[in-house]
Design a protein around this ligand. Structure first.
Ligand SMILES: CCCCC/C=C\C/C=C\C/C=C\C/C=C\CCCC(=O)SCCNC(=O)CCNC(=O)[C@H](O)C(C)(C)COP(=O)(O)OP(=O)(O)OC[C@H]1O[C@@H](n2cnc3c(N)ncnc32)[C@H](O)[C@@H]1OP(=O)(O)O
Length: 257
């Protein structure tokens, strides 16, 4: 039964890249569902299959909040201004885009009863599973799709301690994986990290603000090579360097079909 549910859901999932773009560019679930339904469900003759049980608004966890330091807010404003300026000039989506960040990877994908079963579980995105503002991963990602790069402004909180007063290397790796994976995902659809190489050059103080600069190096078939540098906000200090290999996959791979 469960297997049949997954198989039915997976019929929709190959449309992930288009779907994801639709979903992430909208502020509300309702709006995104409307677009998704129009774009995909009607063409598949399934528009009457309304099994989605949620009507809540999606929460974008990358919006400024009270825990953000002045420096975090400044860097956010700088990149956000780029998004807005370019949008105003061209009258359409600019070169830079602020990406929303939810606490589930598939939460806002409409796939009917099968996906809703997955959604009913208690799983949460690792980087968005702590409710205390500022306690762990405070971050926001901006994407420049034309230049195939993105930047992430990251303020690590007190729960991410490794060496006294400084950020755990695993937390830094998590953010590198998240940012490089997000870039690869936006460029190539669903991806899995196959390889992550990290050189830690200087420790990151807890509560400081750093910027992750990620860029596409090359694509070879389903292999996507991405690099990343973690620096201070003025880029004068290099904290970490990394390269990552992502493999594009079909979602059925995760569900055994
Ligand atoms: C769930 C969807 C996520 C999608 C995200 C996209 C957008 C969303 C945006 C925002 C969402 C927010 C947050 C998410 C952000 C980041 C995502 C985090 C991602 C992870 O945190 S994910 C968990 C850790 N990750 C794993 O749990 C992977 C376990 N692993 C496997 O599942 C397989 O291993 C797999 C699938 C990787 C490959 O399997 P496969 O069968 O498809 O590929 P295959 O083996 O055929 O290799 C094909 C070619 O890659 C070469 N190759 C393979 N592996 C290599 C390696 N390690 N080093 C060097 N080369 C390698 C081969 O040598 C061959 O090369 P060639 O073609 O030249 O011969």
């Amino acid at each position: 039964m469960l297997r049949r549910c997954f198989q039915a859901a997976l019929r929709f999932i190959p449309h992930w890249p288009a779907l994801y773009q639709d979903v992430v560019s909208q502020q509300t679930v309702g709006k995104s569902l409307e677009i998704w339904q129009t774009a995909h469900w009607n063409t598949r003759g399934l528009s009457k299959m309304s099994l989605w049980p949620f009507s809540v608004k999606s929460r974008d966890f990358s919006q400024p909040n009270a825990s953000w330091s002045a420096e975090m807010q400044d860097v956010y404003n700088r990149y956000n201004a780029l998004c807005e300026a370019e949008t105003e000039e061209s009258g359409k989506t600019g070169t830079w885009r602020k990406l929303p960040s939810y606490n589930r990877t598939l939460k806002y994908v409409r796939g009917g009863v099968c996906l809703s079963k997955i959604i009913q579980s208690k799983s949460r995105l690792f980087t968005r599973n702590i409710k205390d503002l500022g306690a762990a991963f405070e971050y926001v990602v901006f994407l420049n799709q034309q230049e195939k790069r993105c930047v992430c402004v990251f303020q690590p909180g007190h729960l991410l301690e490794g060496p006294p007063g400084h950020v755990h290397g695993g937390a830094i790796a998590t953010m590198i994986d998240t940012v490089t994976g997000t870039l690869a995902g936006y460029l190539a659809g669903p991806v899995m990290t196959a390889n992550l190489n990290i050189n830690y050059r200087s420790p990151v103080p807890l509560g400081s603000v750093v910027v992750l600069h990620s860029a596409l190096d090359r694509v070879e078939g389903k292999k996507i090579f991405v690099s990343c540098r973690v620096t201070s906000t003025d880029e004068s200090k290099l904290h970490t360097e990394a390269t990552a290999l992502f493999i594009a996959f079909k979602m059925g791979y995760l569900f055994g079909s």
